[in-house]
Design a protein around this ligand. Sequence first.
Ligand code: THU
Length: 131
Amino acid sequence: MDYKKLILEALKYRERAYAPYSKFKVGAAVIMEDGKIYSGCNIENASYGATNCAERTAIFKAVSEGGKTIKAIAIVGDLHNYTYPCGICRQVIEEFSDYSTDIVLAKNENDYIVKNFGEILPGAFSKKDLN
Ligand code: THU
């Protein structure tokens, strides 16, 4: 799959980052099972722990609009290095992923790598563990 469009969405939302404390802008875009795309940026807070990562902003937008399963998520943070999702975001991705979910780590629309979700959170705790 060509992820250029998804990465361009993430880049566009990266510009909307509210990151006055870290100055580290992140944009993310998810494409859901129905083909709809939702995007988000990181949103910081003077009480630092209240910060929301770009990935979770995008995912929460998608789920609140009725999205169920993430087919792929593109993430753009540092433009010179691939920015991986933090641990909390990996757990949130897990909740709405399936075996095929792709994690697209991009510096720009022409320079990116794709990981399968299972590669970045092996042995995840999930709903299957709650009986
Ligand atoms: N951040 C994200 O938005 N996504 C990540 O995967 C890593 C970290 C944000 C949170 C905070 O606003 C800033 O980057 C520095 O940690």
